[in-house]
Ligand binder design. Structure first.
Ligand code: ATP
Ligand code: MG
Length: 448
């Protein structure tokens, strides 16, 4: 980084630090009640306070609570260091390198406790704070006070702190007003903030859809041009984001916004390519999203591999046809198509094996479903992936392929024929084998 840029950055941040406005909303002027905060979250807040640390509920736990929504999880911010938090709670573990924090575990609920952060600065060693030449934050472990921490948050409505001491809400940077206006606005200069962490572009879409908020114009404006920055984000982190984006009950609207802001192409490049010139692909992908939303609304389970299989299906079909035209028989053509499409896809958004294996099975079973005279129908019905493959067939029919008779056949077959359980043949997959080895437990006495 040039000296000029360093000075600019330092100067810019100093200015912001001094300017961030705070509004305190006393307990009788907001709607947050402790009844709407989970028992474990309250335990963490009170324990931190008792030990003499500052403790605030922050992020979705406050924002969603104020909007009358059920928070997905509870995040806590404190002036205790991760090590101090870790010492205070036996049921906690230190996690993260890029952004160190502590998970306090209560059965299935995890409370995320983060230490107040200060702005990234050149004054610190690379060990605690690091940015690349474009300004992307590679490490963010410089601790600060609450005002500085607020500046590091992404959107103003995410910089709301619920104070367990007097039950007031501390709102920074106009977050309280933005809540009333139902507006999503980045704190600070949007371009700088997206450069620091391009995932914030995806978060903008996710929160806009989830909360029914508009994206304020300066926050929205740079997204289309900056979308390609997402290519620098580790594929595994993007996969986590993809699950959050599409499994929250508003997948259809999310897809439309992601496409509108040119973000979808960075997550699923081949799919976007198909959607550009193939109406059938648009119908299939949109129906998948709508079905996923319906299932979530009806309280049914949704499996990521099903919707991922559908997202990549148009490209798999294209490539498979190519291989068939080159003279390969259907099954090897399908296998090679699956290999190629998955290998390309995981460069953008990693797909763990536990999902890509069933995705392949769904695709390959599409070739077996038309074989209605097979003697192995009972066995096929007993295949652990039959139901998903059948649902996939219905989805294809619903999206315009003429598969009515085939759908009827398999609907009827499930009523008439008793499935034969398939002998389980373990996948010969070295990655899985490795995982099965028992992990060495961390010695509990190593905690200081
Ligand atoms: P939800 O839990 O519903 O996804 P949330 O706002 O709680 O929403 P989290 O991902 O749990 O989001 O993060 C908690 C808080 O941490 C956010 O509200 C925000 O203040 C801060 N935060 C999270 N990710 C970022 C980021 N990439 N950049 C800046 N701040 C972030
Ligand atoms: Mg949260």
């Amino acid at each position: 980084m040039t000296l000029i840029n360093r000075v600019k950055r330092l100067f810019g941040q100093k200015q912001e630090a001094e300017e961030i406005p705070l509004k305190v909303i006393p307990r009788d002027e907001h709607s947050i009640s402790r009844n709407n905060i989970s028992e474990p979250a309250l335990k963490v807040l009170y324990r931190l306070r008792k030990a003499g640390y500052g403790a605030y509920l922050v992020g979705g736990g406050v924002r969603d609570n104020l909007l009358g929504l059920n928070p997905k999880d509870f995040d806590v911010a404190t002036d205790a260091t991760p090590e101090q938090v870790n010492q205070l709670f036996r049921n906690s573990r230190l996690i993260g390198r890029r952004f160190k924090l502590v998970h306090v575990v209560f059965g299935r609920e995890v409370i995320e406790v983060a230490t107040f952060r200060a702005p990234p600065s050149e004054d610190h060693s690379d060990k605690v704070s690091r940015q690349d030449d474009q300004g992307m934050i590679l490490r963010d472990n410089v601790y600060g006070n609450k005002d500085e921490d607020a500046m590091r948050r992404d959107f103003t409505v995410n910089a709301l702190y619920y104070n367990i001491d007097d039950f007031s809400v501390h709102a920074y940077a106009g977050g309280w007003e933005d809540m009333q206006l139902k507006r999503l606005r980045l704190i600070g200069d949007p371009e700088t903030r997206y450069r620091e962490d391009p995932v914030r572009m995806l978060r903008a879409i996710r929160f806009a859809v989830k909360l029914g908020f508009s994206i304020e114009q300066h926050t929205a404006a740079p997204i289309r041009d900056m979308a390609p920055l997402l290519e620098q984000i580790p594929a595994a982190r993007l996969f986590e984001e993809v699950l959050k984006l599409f499994l929250a009950g508003n997948a259809l609207e999310t897809l439309r916004l992601l496409r509108e802001y040119h973000l979808f192409a960075t997550l699923f490049p081949a799919t976007e390519h198909c959607l550009q010139d193939d109406d059938a692909a648009v119908r299939l992908v949109e129906n998948t999203m709508a079905n996923t939303d319906d299932r979530i609304k009806a309280g049914k389970s949704v499996t990521p591999y099903f919707f991922l299989a559908a997202l990549l299906w148009p490209q798999v079909e294209r490539v498979r046809r190519e291989y068939e035209e080159q003279g390969l028989p259907p099954h090897p053509a399908m296998q090679k198509a699956a290999d190629r499409v998955l290998a390309q896809q995981i460069k953008a958004t990693a797909i763990p094996k536990r999902f890509s294996i069933p995705m392949r099975e769904i695709w390959e079973m599409q070739l077996r479903l038309p074989k209605t005279r097979s003697k192995k129908i009972a066995e096929f019905l007993g295949h652990p992936r039959f139901r998903a493959a059948y649902d996939f067939l219905l989805l294809r029919h619903q999206s315009g392929e003429d598969l009515g008779e085939l759908c009827d056949f398999w609907t009827q077959a499930q009523k008439d024929i008793t499935p034969e359980p398939v002998k389980y043949v373990p996948e010969d997959d070295s990655a899985n084998k490795k995982r099965r080895r028992p992990r060495r437990r961390r010695n509990p006495s190593s905690r200081q």
